[in-house]
Structure formats: structure tokens, C-alpha cells
Design a protein around this ligand. Structure first.
Ligand code: AMP
Length: 284
């Protein structure tokens, strides 16, 4: 039995384009899975969706400095390219794009993509500059690779909506596909940042999903969203979260406050447990 050769990896935009152009010439359908690495089963689910729908799958690995704020975890964000490459290769990915910071933001780079409205609320409010960093890098990755389809997790629900909006607004010929959140058996959404939790905090963390699931169920039964938001905040605080940035019931498409469940709605939350800021969301 031979040893599998490592996953084909490119680090420049021109090499990426050359590989994809060769596939296009053969008429193959290309899927893109953007990630920051430190891969887990949530990311793998995106890769599986792409491999199922597309003939070629490109996974990108780039810890994007532009989406980290002052004092956030850019420096300590977990990085392990070798392991990530092995994981996605085992799922049938065809190419890894792992550019350096200078390749993505060469000296003098100054253009930013800001998604007004959708990108200014919730995460946009609590993490100023975050969505501009995300929107800028995702726009670049989409234009660099021009895939048929790009895959994003519902775990980052607002991010998915922001990306769909920039694709529409900028006429980028790509479809963004949302993939269901992958969770631990106790409900905690998989996240690279769960690694920051102590064992005690890890045991408390599933309260986040449990609480928003309960809000979703009760809003669905006709109870008042504002009353439930207040209840949920208290519930999280009693459960060990030392700060609740928001827990809120929103219109699923616009992210405006939802008055009831007459239109599709989503419960979204962000709260701090120890050193980790956890986010989660569920449909009503
Ligand atoms: P990240 O590496 O955290 O930037 O995430 C890369 C992609 O994986 C994003 O589209 C995320 O929404 C998605 N993702 C992260 N965690 C999960 C999860 N638990 N379930 C599904 N998708 C996820």
C-alpha cells in the first residue's frame, strides 16, 4: 500500500486561477469552501456538501487579520495546516488554497467591502469592522476562484446573510449555499473557539443552545419575543455566562426585530463564557 501524496496546495492567486481554469476547460463544476482552518466536523460538513454537488472542491485556509478587532484572538487563533489538509483530503477535496497575508493584502491594498444595514447590526455592532473584514476577504476569494457554488455554515447565520447580500449587490456570478449547523451531542455548536473553554465552562456551554431553542419554540407557539429575550438573558447569566451581548428574535432574511412568528424568524445569541465568546442561532 502506497502512502497518499499530500493534498495539492497553492499559495498564490495566479496558481489558484490556473488550476481552476484547467477544470473549467474540462467543463467541471467547482465548489469553494472558505475557512480559517482549525477544522472540525462543522467545516467538514461544508466540504462534504461541496464534494457531493461539485466535481472539484477547493478549500481555502486563511486566518484573515482584517476580521479581528483590537484585543481579539488573531495571534492565538489555532493553526494547523498539515492536519487540516489531511482532513479535507480524506473527504475528497481537490485543492487547498493557503495564501499568506501578503498575497491577500499586498502592500498598499486599501479597498474594503462594507455591507450596509445587515452588516451593521448584532455582530456588526459588537465587533466593529468584523463584517467589513469578512465581506472584503470573501469578495476577494470569490473573485479569485469564481466557483459555481460557495459553501458557508448557518452557524454564522448573519455572516451567511451578509455574504448573500454582497453577492447580489456586486453581481458576483456565484451561488452561496448555507449548510446546517453541526453540533455536539449536548447541543453545543462546533466552533474552533470552543477550545478556549475550561472543562467546567464546557459543561455550562450547552445552555446557550438550550436557551435559544426554548425561545424559538415558545415564539413559534405565539409568545411575545421581547418577553422571551429578557427571560433568555437571565437564563444565560444564571448559567454562567458573564456577559450576554445579545439574544434576540429577528426576521430570518432582513435581521430586523421580529414581532411574532408570522414570517420566518431566527433566534440569535452571542455571549461570553470565560475567555470564549460563543455565538449560536436557531430557526423559529
Ligand atoms: P471559520 O473557519 O470559523 O471562519 O468557518 C468557516 C466556515 O465554516 C464558515 O462558513 C462557518 O459558518 C462554517 N462553520 C463553522 N462552524 C460550523 C458548524 N458548527 N456547523 C456548520 N458550519 C460551521
Amino acid at each position: 500500500m502506497g502512502v497518499a501524496s499530500p493534498l495539492d496546495t497553492v499559495r498564490t492567486v495566479s496558481d489558484l486561477r490556473a488550476r481552476i481554469a484547467a477544470w473549467r476547460a474540462e467543463g467541471l463544476r467547482v465548489g469553494l469552501v472558505p475557512t480559517m482552518g482549525a477544522l472540525h466536523d462543522g467545516h467538514i460538513s461544508l466540504v462534504k456538501n461541496s464534494v457531493a454537488d461539485c466535481e472539484k472542491t477547493v478549500v481555502t485556509l486563511f486566518v484573515n487579520p482584517a476580521q479581528f478587532g483590537e484585543g481579539e484572538d488573531f495571534g492565538v487563533y489555532p493553526r494547523n495546516e498539515e492536519r487540516d489538509a489531511e482532513m479535507v483530503q480524506a473527504e475528497g477535496a481537490d485543492l487547498l488554497f493557503a495564501p499568506g497575508v501578503e498575497e491577500v493584502y499586498p502592500e498598499g491594498h486599501s479597498t474594503k467591502v462594507h455591507v450596509g444595514g445587515l452588516g451593521d447590526v448584532l455582530e456588526g455592532e459588537f465587533r466593529p469592522g468584523f463584517f467589513t473584514g469578512v465581506a472584503t476577504v470573501v469578495t476577494k476569494l470569490l473573485l479569485q476562484s469564481l466557483p459555481d457554488e460557495a459553501y458557508f455554515g448557518e452557524k454564522d447565520y448573519q455572516q451567511l446573510q451578509v455574504i448573500k447580500k454582497l453577492i447580489r449587490d456586486l453581481d458576483i456570478p456565484v451561488t452561496a449555499t448555507g449548510v446546517k449547523t453541526v453540533r455536539e451531542a449536548d447541543g453545543l455548536a462546533l466552533s474552533s473557539r470552543n477550545a478556549y473553554l475550561t472543562p467546567e465552562e464546557r459543561a455550562q456551554a450547552p445552555i446557550l443552545h438550550g436557551t435559544i431553542a426554548q425561545v424559538a419554540e415558545q415564539v413559534g407557539r405565539g409568545e411575545n419575543p421581547r418577553d422571551l429575550e429578557a427571560w433568555a438573558k437571565g437564563q444565560l447569566e444564571r448559567g454562567g455566562f458573564w456577559q450576554v451581548d445579545y439574544v434576540t428574535v429577528r426576521d430570518a432574511a432582513t435581521l430586523d426585530e421580529a414581532a411574532d412568528a408570522s414570517r420566518p424568524a431566527r433566534v440569535l445569541a452571542a455571549a461570553w463564557l470565560g475567555k470564549a465568546r460563543l455565538i449560536d442561532n436557531v430557526p423559529v
